[in-house]
Design a protein around this ligand. Structure first.
Ligand code: PBG
Length: 361
C-alpha cells in the first residue's frame, strides 16, 4: 500500500513527470476517462445499466398448521414457518413494501408415500392461498408444486417398488409418469383454491405439459406455469430442507435434478418447457449459475426469466453478516443486481423484505 510517508518514491514519480515535456500535463496518455461518469451520485444513477426494483421480488413463505405459530429457521435467520392466521399481517406488510408476489411452500400435518395433503381441499397451502387472497386480492400468489415436503420418504415423486411396478427400475427410483399424475392434481387443487401461478419444481420430464393439460381440462387455462425449468442438484438447498422439512430420507435427487457441470443441457431443458407451454422459465440456484441465467436470457428472450436465490445463498450471507465480516445491505443489493445483470427479470429471494426496505429509502 502507498503511504503518505513514501517521500522518496513520490518525489521520484513527480520528478519524472516534471522532466518529461509535453506529456507532463497529461499523466494518463488518453482522453478517455470512465471516472468522469462516476463523479457524482446523480451521474452514476443516470448511467446505471441495470435497475433493481421492489416489483422484481418474489418472497417465499413456509406455511405450517396450528395457530399463532412463528417458528424460526435456525440456518435462515429472519425466516419463519408461519401458520395461516399470520398471513393477513404478512400480506399487509408485503403490500406496504411493494413486494408483488409470494411463493408458497407447505408443511403438511402428516406425510405418506404420495403426499395426499398436497392436493387436499383443506391442505395447508390451499388454506394459505385463500387467506392471502382474502387479505389482499392484488397479491400474486405462486405455489411450489412438488411432492417432497409431503411424502414420508422426502422424494419429489412416487417411488418404484420393483415387485409391484417396474421390475427393471431400482427400488426407490423416482417414477416419472406416475408422478406427473400427482403433479396435475396438485396444480389443479392450488388453482382451485385461488393460486395465481403454479410453479412445478420437481424436474420431472413432461411436468409442464401434464400440468397444462390438467389445468386446461378444468377451465384453468388462464393460470400461468412458472417452470423450475433448470434446477440443479445443488448443495445450496440445505437450509431450505430444514425450513420445509423436505430432505430425502435416503439417496439424493441426482436422477432428476441437473448436473452442476452442464450448461448446454440447460438450454435443452428450457426448450422442452417452452414447447410444453411454460409461461416463465426459472434457473435455480442463482449465484453459481449466473452464466446459465445469461444463456437462457439470450436463447429464450421472449419469456420472463426467474432466478431463485436459494436458501444456502441466503444463509451464507446471514452467517458472515452475523460475524461482522460483511455489510449486509451492500452485499445483498450487490448480489441481487448481479442476478438481474446476468439476465433475470424476477428474483425469488428470502432477502425480499430487507431489499425492498433498502430500495425504497
Ligand atoms: C422442492 C424445492 C426445493 C427448493 C425449492 N423447491 C428443494 C429441493 O429441490 O431439494 C429449494 C429452495 C431453497 O433452497 O431455497 N420442492
Amino acid at each position: 500500500m502507498l503511504s503518505m510517508k513514501s517521500g522518496p518514491a513520490q518525489s521520484s514519480i513527480a520528478g519524472k513527470h516534471a522532466l518529461s515535456d509535453g506529456a507532463a500535463s497529461s499523466p494518463v496518455p488518453s482522453a478517455v476517462r470512465p471516472r468522469r461518469l462516476r463523479h457524482t451520485p446523480t451521474l452514476r444513477a443516470m448511467v446505471r445499466e441495470t435497475q433493481l426494483a421492489c416489483d422484481d421480488l418474489i418472497y417465499p413463505l413456509f406455511i405450517t398448521h396450528g395457530t399463532g405459530v412463528r417458528n424460526p429457521i435456525a440456518s435462515m435467520p429472519g425466516v419463519f414457518q408461519i401458520s395461516v392466521d399470520q398471513l393477513a399481517q404478512e400480506a399487509e406488510e408485503l403490500a406496504m413494501l411493494d413486494i408483488p408476489a409470494v411463493m408458497l411452500f407447505g408443511l403438511p400435518a402428516t406425510k405418506d408415500p404420495i403426499g395426499v395433503e398436497n392436493f387436499a381441499d383443506d391442505g395447508i397451502v390451499q388454506q394459505a392461498i385463500r387467506a392471502l387472497k382474502q387479505a389482499n386480492a392484488e397479491l400474486v400468489v405462486a405455489t411450489d408444486v412438488c411432492l417432497c415436503e409431503y411424502t414420508d420418504h422426502g422424494h419429489c415423486g412416487i417411488l418404484n417398488d420393483p415387485e409391484e411396478q417396474h421390475a427393471h427400475l431400482a427400488k426407490g427410483y423416482v417414477l416419472n409418469d406416475e408422478t406427473l399424475d400427482v403433479l396435475g392434481k396438485v396444480a389443479l387443487s392450488h388453482a382451485g383454491a385461488g393460486a395465481d401461478i403454479v410453479a412445478p419444481s420437481g424436474m420431472m420430464d413432461g411436468m409442464v405439459g401434464a400440468i397444462r393439460t390438467a389445468l386446461d381440462s378444468q377451465d384453468f387455462s388462464h393460470i400461468p406455469i412458472m417452470s423450475y425449468a433448470v434446477k440443479y442438484a445443488s448443495g445450496f438447498y440445505g437450509p431450505f430442507r430444514e425450513a420445509a422439512d423436505g430432505a430425502p430420507k435416503f439417496g439424493d435427487r441426482k436422477t432428476h435434478q441437473m448436473d452442476p457441470a452442464n450448461a448446454r443441457e440447460a438450454l435443452r431443458e428450457a426448450a422442452i418447457d417452452v414447447q410444453e407451454g411454460a409461461d416463465f422459465l426459472m434457473v435455480k440456484p442463482a449465484l453459481a449459475y449466473l452464466d446459465v441465467i445469461h444463456r437462457l436470457r439470450s436463447h429464450f428472450a421472449e419469456l420472463p426469466l426467474v432466478a431463485y436465490n436459494v436458501s444456502g445463498e441466503y444463509a451464507m450471507i446471514k452467517a458472515a453478516v452475523a460475524k461482522g465480516w460483511l455489510d449486509e445491505e451492500t452485499v445483498v443489493l450487490e448480489k441481487l443486481i448481479g442476478i438481474k445483470r446476468a439476465g433475470a427479470d424476477l428474483i425469488i429471494t428470502y432477502h425480499a423484505k430487507d431489499a425492498a426496505r433498502w430500495l425504497s429509502r
